[in-house]
Design a protein around this ligand. Structure first.
Ligand SMILES: Nc1ncnc2c1ncn2[C@@H]1O[C@H](COP(=O)(O)OP(=O)(O)OP(=O)(O)O)[C@@H](O)[C@H]1O
Ligand SMILES: [Mg+2]
Length: 253
């Protein structure tokens, strides 16, 4: 509880209120609420198919919500035109579920891509080469710069995807299952990397995960997405000791 008191003074960088989204009869989100505070790591856990990716896609405008309020750094995204949305999106890094690298591009080209797409964010004489190198150094993979994605291991792909997200210096990073499909040791390395990045750039992070170890290691606070709503909110310890069977189910190994 003290942690909540502490952060309640912080600025809210992402705010979701009463978010609803259905696909036909499939009512996925039925009134989901969330606040992400400046500088915190907020973990969202929910069963497979519970709507975690749908929620994050509504947040970045890849899916249109049926109703509800989404505010990103105090701007209501439903009221924004395409250009304003693009500018705002440059402040939000999105690490997709999987890694979503472009298979036909080298690592270097994969990293240059967002720089070209968000040219507006930089002045004309940006040193692309230096930014690409710095981003790769941040994830310890400068030596992979000329490789193709097919030549990378799963853990390396995840690191490169993270470097590609970081290159735009986002204020907020959304991670969709950053450790899924990785062995426990590689998963731990990715978690350490996420922690380093947060310290270095003071980003606010929303992390979607199934991985209890990841949640324990990285979360300041957690929200459990159950039955389409923010069923429970609290620190890892608070939720892990909760007696509600629906909550307990997440924490037993
Ligand atoms: N574009 C879409 N069209 C129709 N249904 C969709 C679409 N995207 C997601 N859904 C449905 O929404 C529900 C939630 O999907 P979502 O991908 O958000 O789950 P998730 O919580 O991210 O699961 P996982 O942990 O497996 O990634 C599922 O029933 C899915 O079939
Ligand atoms: Mg998902």
């Amino acid at each position: 509880m003290r942690k909540d008191l502490q952060i309640s003074n912080q600025e809210i960088v992402l705010h979701i209120k009463d978010l609803k989204k259905s696909f036909g009869d499939n009512h996925v989100l039925k009134g989901f609420n969330m606040n992400l505070y400046q500088g915190e790591n907020l973990v969202i856990m929910g069963k497979s198919g519970s709507g975690k990716s749908v929620m994050i896609k509504c947040l970045v405008g890849l899916l249109e919500a049926d109703s509800g309020l989404i505010r990103v750094m105090n701007k209501d995204i439903t009221g924004l035109d395409q250009r304003a949305l693009d500018i705002l999106r440059a402040d939000i890094g999105f690490l997709f579920q999987g890694s979503a690298l472009y298979d036909s591009m080298t690592v270097r080209e994969n990293l240059e891509f967002p720089l070209r797409r968000h040219k507006d964010k930089f002045d004309d004489n940006i040193d692309t080469e230096a930014l690409v190198s710095e981003a790769l150094e941040n994830v310890g993979l400068l030596n992979a710069i000329d490789l193709m994605p097919s030549e990378l291991s799963g853990g390396m792909k995840r690191r490169i995807a993270l470097a590609r997200t970081l290159i735009l210096r986002p204020k907020i990073i959304l991670y969709d299952e950053p450790t899924s499909g990785l062995d426990p040791i590689t998963a731990k390395e990715i978690i350490l990397l996420m922690q380093d990045i947060q310290k270095k750039y003071k980003t606010s992070s929303l992390i979607i995960t199934h991985d209890v170890d990841c949640a324990r290691a990285i979360s300041d606070r957690m929200i459990l997405l159950i039955d389409g709503i923010d069923y429970a909110t609290g620190t890892f310890e608070e939720l892990a000791s909760n007696e509600d069977p629906k909550i307990k189910a997440f924490f037993k190994h």
